[in-house]
Design a protein around this ligand. Structure first.
Ligand code: SF4
Length: 693
């Protein structure tokens, strides 16, 4: 048989590297703008998941309190699920059934999941794991610019700029092909400044490292703004013509003089000054960009931290200037599209607010229901889980595309909460840690076995194309929703054809902030992707935002006055070390996929606990021995890796593993008051050796 090749995109991160996948599961990187022929080891090995012997191929049902599953046919499984949902709602009302989605779901799935929750279940209890990912950056961008598109310019603009400040991202490990764009800045004599408590692989490539104390990102942002003002780098004309609110912001920043910032953050005054000088010099030349990633965002004050950095970028006059601005490096594969189409607790499709009467009217008309039939905003991801087992909390939970037992903060408690549900239903290609707790597991297709669209970190809408047949017995998430909707009395309105769903999504998004109405699958094919907003089939998508103003009522960007305070938890005598978490090169998110790829699992089979030699000595820990990190919430074990690349007061542990190795058993669920993002990036721990000799 001739070998057939399909052009598609990587199943993992938001860079959405272009790749060709052939019918013999061979992957070839493509010269797509974000990856320019590069792939990381996760992308190169992605096809191994398709033939994995660990695939689930039949629905599984667990009798109540039974230890094991029994395989059943699809009709039986869907009947069990719909019966459980009906029982929960009959006894306890609509919100007794909750839905949990994911930032890896295609646009069509995210849209259909939101519609299913709001019109079939009529529940307000729906949120998704993107709440744990980029919600702080989204909230900050929305209030400053009136829009949240991770990068408001194409990735290729980065390679041409003159200076980049990257706050809290280790892209050399998380999205390696992205590094070529940053290295182009450095190699042309520009500045690449990275703020991170660790000396990461990204820092190694940088021109400057701001090694801040975990949890002091906002103090640093305020200090950089202070320097920009005092040292004369503010673009006063830009501030006067294009923004509002600067005076209030300066009233706060005036209190964060460089020496105070050095005392709090550990970043020397000279490094602070050099960073601002470099950004200002870049602005006068090719351009300057401020980027954030999870290191700056996953805090109890993550929205304010990102706001502090947006304030800096506005004071320097960057957003809307060529090759300049502020951007967020979205993490999950469809982290951008996943937050636009209505699987968020507070949102309807088109990035519309669920409590906006006009938005409700528009979307209700597309869905063929009365606006009053749509529920209002519901609890955020962690709060939804916290409510399980309480009087009016969820009794039944449907999960698509998320391994929340590993990715949620204080995950030991999350596992307990999931165990108290009347019914937990998990749709997954694999037996994830969350699926293992379920009452019903529904085996679903993977990335290359289905059609759909995703939206990458630039806001470019892309096609994921089918390149392989799924194993017999497996269905798509859309077929699952279609089958459940029919059993719950909605015979129409829930097709399983992703193209039909995309066409409806276009109508639902029309006129919204994230307007897809002009985007068709055909255009994506011929144009190699289309940027949103795209309001007409005959006009281009908007690749670069803000050149002519901001989508706010008066066209001006908003400075928002924010001030710093202590992290939700500080170190003390009992828990004397800071913990920060993150990702490593071999694994993606909760590891459900990558831990099943043999070459990746062999290269990183267990979590490492990075600690400085001084800390190792004072803790009596040797390199390579088993250690346990203990916090007020739980403990997690890993292997000590002694390295001078981390601050002596801090340990780092990646979050890709479950069970005893799940670092999220330790992390702090203190929530950002605006975005409801948990404080993943800093908490207080002590180190214990597992074997005492
Ligand atoms: Fe590209 Fe990200 Fe996939 Fe790696 S994981 S190949 S960086 S899309």
């Amino acid at each position: 048989m001739p070998v057939e090749t399909v052009e598609t995109h990587c199943p993992y991160c938001a860079l959405q590297c272009g790749m060709a996948l052939d019918s013999q599961s061979q992957i070839t990187p493509l010269d797509f703008p974000t990856n320019r022929g590069g792939l990381c080891q996760k992308g190169w090995t992605a096809a191994e998941l398709l033939g994995s012997g660990q695939r689930l191929t039949t629905p599984l049902v667990r009798e109540r309190r039974s230890a094991s599953f029994r395989p059943v046919d699809w009709d039986t499984a869907l009947e069990v699920v719909s019966r459980g949902m009906r029982a929960a709602q009959n006894d306890h009302g609509p919100d007794a059934v909750a839905v949990f989605g994911g930032g890896g779901l295609t646009n069509e799935k995210a849209y259909q999941l939101g519609k299913f929750a709001r019109t079939v279940l009529r529940t307000s209890s729906i949120d998704y794991n993107g709440r744990y990912c980029m919600s702080s950056a989204a909230a900050a961008a929305n209030r400053a610019f009136g829009i949240d598109r991770g990068l408001p310019f194409p990735v290729i603009d980065l390679a041409a700029t003159g200076a980049v400040l990257l706050m809290g991202g280790n892209v050399a490990e998380t999205m390696p092909p992205f590094m070529q764009h940053l290295l182009a800045v450095r190699d042309r004599g520009g500045a690449l400044i990275v703020a991170d408590p660790r000396r990461t692989a990204t820092v190694e490539a940088a021109t400057s490292h701001l090694a801040l104390t975990p949890g002091t990102d906002l103090e640093l942002a305020l200090g950089l703004l202070h320097i920009a003002v005092v040292d004369g780098y503010v673009d006063h004309r830009y501030v006067a013509d294009r923004t509002a609110g600067f005076d209030d912001v300066w009233r706060v920043a005036t209190q964060w003089w460089p020496e105070r910032v050095e005392r709090v953050t550990g970043v020397p005054v000279a490094s602070q000054r050099a960073a601002v000088r470099a950004l200002a010099a870049g602005r006068e030349g090719r351009g300057a960009v401020v980027l954030t990633a999870r290191g700056a965002e996953q805090h109890g004050n993550g929205t304010d931290t990102v706001t502090g950095l947006i304030n800096l970028s506005l004071a320097l006059g960057l957003p809307g200037r060529p090759r300049s601005g502020y951007g967020c490096l979205t993490g999950q594969g469809n982290g951008q599209g996943g937050r636009e189409h209505g699987q968020k607790a507070d949102q309807l499709p088109g990035y519309r607010k669920i409590d906006d009467p006009l938005a409700r009217e528009h979307v209700a008309a597309v869905w063929g229901v009365h606006p009053s039939a749509l529920p209002g905003p519901g609890p955020s991801a962690y709060e939804l889980i916290e409510r399980i087992g309480t009087g009016d909390g969820p009794r039944s939970l449907l999960v698509h595309g998320s391994n929340l037992a590993v990715s949620s903060p204080r995950s030991g408690r999350v596992v307990e909460r999931l165990g108290s549900l009347d019914q937990l239903v998990v749709c997954d290609p694999f037996m994830s840690e969350t699926a293992a707790l379920a009452d019903v597991v529904l085996p679903v297709t993977q990335w290359a076995e289905e059609e759909g669209t995703v939206t990458n970190l630039e806001g470019r809408v892309l096609r994921r194309r089918r390149a392989a047949s799924p194993p017999p017995g497996v269905r798509t998430d859309l077929e699952v929703l279609s089958g459940l909707a029919a059993r719950l009395g909605h015979e129409t309105g829930f097709p399983s054809d992703p193209r039909a769903i995309f066409d409806e999504l276009r109508r639902a998004s029309a006129g919204g902030v994230a307007d897809y109405s002009g985007i068709t699958w055909e255009r994506i094919d011929t144009e190699g992707g289309v940027f949103w907003p795209c309001r007409s089939e005959h006009g281009p998508g908007q690749a670069r935002l803000f050149a002519d103003g901001f989508p706010t009522p008066d066209g001006r960007a908003r400075f928002v006055a924010v001030d710093a305070g202590p992290a939700a938890e500080d170190v003390d005598d009992e828990y004397p070390v800071y913990l920060t978490t993150g990702r490593i090169a071999q694994h993606y998110q909760s590891g459900t996929q990558t831990r099943r790829v043999p070459v990746l699992a062999a290269a990183a089979s267990e979590p490492r606990v990075e600690m400085h030699p001084d800390l190792a000595t004072s803790s009596g820990v040797r390199d390579g021995e088993r250690v346990r990190l203990v916090s007020r919430r739980g403990s997690a074990s890993g292997t000590a890796r002694v390295t001078a690349s981390i601050r002596p007061d801090t340990v780092f542990m990646p979050f890709h593993w479950g069970g005893e190795q799940a670092v999220n058993r330790v992390t702090n669920p203190a929530l950002d008051p605006t975005s409801r993002m948990p404080e993943f990036k800093v908490c207080a721990v002590r180190i214990e050796r597992e074997s005492v000799d």
